[in-house]
Structure formats: structure tokens, C-alpha cells
Design a binder for this molecule. Sequence first.
Ligand SMILES: Cc1cc2nc3c(=O)[nH]c(=O)nc-3n(C[C@H](O)[C@H](O)[C@H](O)COP(=O)(O)OP(=O)(O)OC[C@H]3O[C@@H](n4cnc5c(N)ncnc54)[C@H](O)[C@@H]3O)c2cc1C
Length: 424
Amino acid sequence: MNATYDLFGLGIGPFNLSLAALLNLAPELKTKFVDQKTEFEWHPEMMFGDSYMQTSYLKDLVTPVDPTSPHSFLNYLVKNGIFHSFMNTDRGVVSRREFELYCRWVSQNLGDKLQFSTPVHEVRFDQDQFKIETSRGTESARNICIATGLTPRIPACARPFLGGRVFHAKSPAVREMDLTGKRVAIIGGGQTGVEFFRNALLGNWGRPESVRLLTRRPTLEPLDESAFTNEYFTPAYSDEFWRLSGDKKAQIVHSQKLASDGNTPTYLKSLYQDLYRMKHVDQSNADFEILPLRELVSMRQIGQAYELRFYNAFTDSDEAFEADLVILSTGFESVIPAYLDPIRSLIKFDEQGRFAFTKSFSIEWNGPSANRIYALNFSRHHHGISEPQTSLMSWRSALIVNDLARRTIYLNETQAPNFVRYRS
Ligand SMILES: Cc1cc2nc3c(=O)[nH]c(=O)nc-3n(C[C@H](O)[C@H](O)[C@H](O)COP(=O)(O)OP(=O)(O)OC[C@H]3O[C@@H](n4cnc5c(N)ncnc54)[C@H](O)[C@@H]3O)c2cc1C
């Protein structure tokens, strides 16, 4: 008979890994985290040589709430004997590959608190326990934390064509991609779209005939990383935001898009310099176009190729392009996981079918209040734009650890107020 856990974590991406790492100061809690993957991996389909984090390495899994934790990025550098070399690189951000290596190192140090190669199929509730059905059998837990990630967003008109030549950026097809001699269309002008565009032009998947990037955005827009905007990613701002009404929250989140979803400014600069060099120095005949204010409205197959129709919001007209291969860099959406179906009727949803949240990241439900369902990366509508980002993940994990342990383990020091004041 398996033991009953105080917390069972579903998914081991960075968010649940941060929680698992911070649970080291609550040894009285019996916890387990599982993931379907064979080891820690971080969006490997979208990991290129020039992919960098958009967040400082000090906002790692633990440091903002416990800089003395053995699971910090700095300890990773020290324990691996690379601290001094790293400092000599003189960088404020690390590559996504380095962040993955760091997270994998933490996952290895957490030993049998984590279990990979264990997909979760179903969650049920029986009397006072969750029953988690995994590929290795049934586990029991008083509380669960779901952090199984977002779902690729696919434009409805592209769905019938999904396969080896039309696919989302986060799909296995990327690994086998050969762009040689093809007309490539990249849909979406966020960071993922521009990374595909640049790597395609650099010939990293063979030499394409042409590469077009089409986006609804007005141009390739930079991430706003300035100091006052960065106050959105602070516990104090989160606290202010939490107290707003639902409608006001939606309005504000919409207006903050470029604080979380813009392109890394240094990346845009490198891309621009590459384009300049190709056209005006190397005088190459590389065929590329950046086409903003274009919304994909329909698709049709023509032999081995596709006709893509767009609405051009600059000229208010329709346009059509042909492509042999279409990469949808169209982002992600929050979908309620199917493994929750058996307890769905007990969960409270808002009028838009999203989880209703408590401040400490558990969702509201009609089960016993002593049994909590925490959910990570499902609460942009309640907690704000920091929710899908790593910036405040350790703060969120700390709130959950306190909530579970029913004592203040973290965050008991006074926080200095922000400089921007939203209430008089
Ligand atoms: C390409 C990319 C780059 C990003 N870069 C940044 C950045 O620089 N800075 C920043 O702040 N944010 C960044 N983000 C946003 C955010 O930090 C990441 O999306 C982050 O991975 C979210 O972590 P997560 O743990 O919620 O989900 P994920 O990392 O998606 O992990 C979810 C895990 O759940 C597992 N899983 C799913 N279903 C099951 C199941 N049924 N059973 C068992 N396991 C399951 C998956 O295998 C996966 O390992 C980036 C996002 C992307 C896509």
C-alpha cells in the first residue's frame, strides 16, 4: 500500500521544480512530484543556439525568497566549478540551454522526491484524499499542485492541415525540419517567431528558397524591460493587482502585453544587423520579408503547397501567399487538463470557464477545505502578467509552502514599497 502524500505535484517544469526545491525547509511534509518526460527538459523544440532567457539568472528557482538555498543558480555554478568562468562572461542573463542545465542539476539533487517517466492519467477524490492515477499505479495525497504547462494555440483555419508541413513551434516536427529549397511562412512575431525566422535565414535547417514572417503586431516590438515597468513583476504589485475587480484586471493585463510578451531588444538588434549584412554587405540573394499587421484568415492546400490568406490591417485589404512549410509561432493557451475530468464537477469556474483562485494559488472547489488543489500558470486573469513568467515563481512557491505547512517559513521580512503608487 502506497503512503499518503501531503502534496503530490503533477508536472515537473520550472514552476513545480521551484516548489519542490523550496519544500526543503518543510521536511515534515511528505511530497512527490511526477512528470511524463524521462528527465528534466525545458521546451526542447524551441531551444536554439541563440535562445536567451528574458529574465535575470538571479530570479532562479529559489533565490528571490531564499538566497541561502542549496538549489540556487549561484550554487549550481559553484558546485560545478564554473563560478569564475561564468562571471568572466559578464552577462545578466543566461541562455535557455544553461537554464535547462541548471534545472536538471536541481532535479537530480532532489532525488526520489521527483519521479520522471510517469504520466498522470486521472485525478479522483475519495473521502479526504486525491487519488492520482499514473502509469505506475495509484498514489494518494491530501493536496495536489497541477503545473502541467500550457497548450499550443493553433489558429482554427490551420487545424485541418496540421502535420509534417504545417505545425506549431512546440511540436516534434521541428526536430526533423528540413527547409532546403522551401518557401517558409512563420506565423507570429513574438520571441519564438523571430527566433525561427533568424535561424531559418541563417540556414540552420538547410537553405530555404524564401522566408516570410507574418504577424498581427504593428512591427517586431521590443520587450519593455525598463525599471518602472519591471515593478509589475514584484510581490508588492501582485498584491495591489490581486485586490482589483475582474474587469479591471483584464483591462490592465491587456495593456501590459509588451512587458511580458515582447521581443528581447538585443535579439532584435542582432537580427537587424544580420539582415543588413546579408543584403548590403554580403549582397546575398536571400529572399525574406517581414510582414506586420497581417492576420491569417484562411488556408487551402494546392498540391504539396498551401495558399495562406491574410487580412492586411495597414491597407485594409486581403492578401495571399504560397508556402511549402508553415511554422505556427502563435503562442499558448490555458486549457483545463483532461485528467481532472473525474473531479471537474467539484471545481468552481468563473464565467469564462477558468479556475477561480484564492490568493495563495489554490483553486476554489466544493471539496473539503482541508484538501487543496494548487494550480500554477493558470491565473493570469487573477494574479496578473507575472503568472506565466519565471520572475515571481519562487515567491509563488513560497506562498504555497507557507500555506501547506500552515506556518510562515518564507517571506516574513518586510518588503520595501515600490516607487510607483497605485492607491493614495
Ligand atoms: C520557448 C519559451 C521560452 C520562455 N522563456 C522564458 C523566459 O526567458 N523567462 C520567463 O520568465 N518565462 C519564459 N517562458 C515562459 C515560462 O517560464 C515557461 O513556459 C515555463 O516553462 C512554464 O513552466 P511550467 O512548469 O508551468 O510548464 P512547462 O515547462 O510546460 O512544464 C510542464 C511539464 O508538465 C509535464 N506534463 C504535462 N502533462 C503531463 C501529464 N499528464 N503527466 C505528467 N506530466 C505532464 C510536461 O512533460 C512538462 O515537463 C518561456 C516559454 C517558452 C515556451
